[in-house]
Design a protein around this ligand. Structure first.
Ligand code: SME
Length: 159
């Protein structure tokens, strides 16, 4: 049984604990899908105010749905479309305070108000993106971005 209970007073500590829990959880497991599945569950249990947390994988230049927690979502997203596609094409983090103001945002769940998408890059190539959605506008701060970038740095070695 895995029982990670991460409660931290500040976001920097929260993300440090999350990254180290993800490291412990995935240690010794070589399967990328299994690692994404357990890390999505860990994020879902750890970060408050999310309505979706998971991965889209780069499969031959298209984003294909990977392991996640939340409501069923679009299976495939072309590079350049929506928030995930923008992150995939630019290899830049997309931190969107109001998804309704983002041109081409793909509304998989009408409840989503803000979104953070972090590219996972290995040897200069996109492996996957981490996508977090929240029903709260402006849910994701610079600290969330920094924490998720650190987490994706670890994931780049695991996927
Ligand atoms: N909103 C995303 C699509 C994926 S879902 O949020 C899970 C986007 O615009 O890329």
């Amino acid at each position: 049984m895995y029982d990670f209970r991460i409660t931290a007073a500040d976001k920097a500590t929260l993300y440090r604990d999350l990254v180290s829990a993800a490291e412990g959880l995935t240690a010794g497991e070589p399967d990328a899908i299994a690692n994404m599945a357990n890390v999505a569950a860990l994020i879902w249990e750890t970060l408050p105010d999310l309505n979706w947390a998971g991965f889209y994988r780069n499969v031959d230049g298209e984003l294909v749905l990977g392991p996640f927690q939340g409501r069923p979502a679009c299976f495939r997203i072309p590079f350049g479309q929506g928030v995930c596609g923008a992150a995939a094409q630019s290899l830049q983090v997309q931190r969107v305070e109001d998804v309704n103001a983002f041109p081409g945002h793909i509304a998989c769940d009408a409840a989503s108000a803000s979104e953070l998408v972090v590219p996972i890059v290995r040897d200069g190539k996109l492996v996957a993106v981490l996508d977090l959605d929240s029903p709260a506008p402006g849910r994701f701060t610079e600290e969330d971005e920094a924490g998720c970038v650190a987490l994706c740095g670890l994931l780049a070695k695991l996927l």
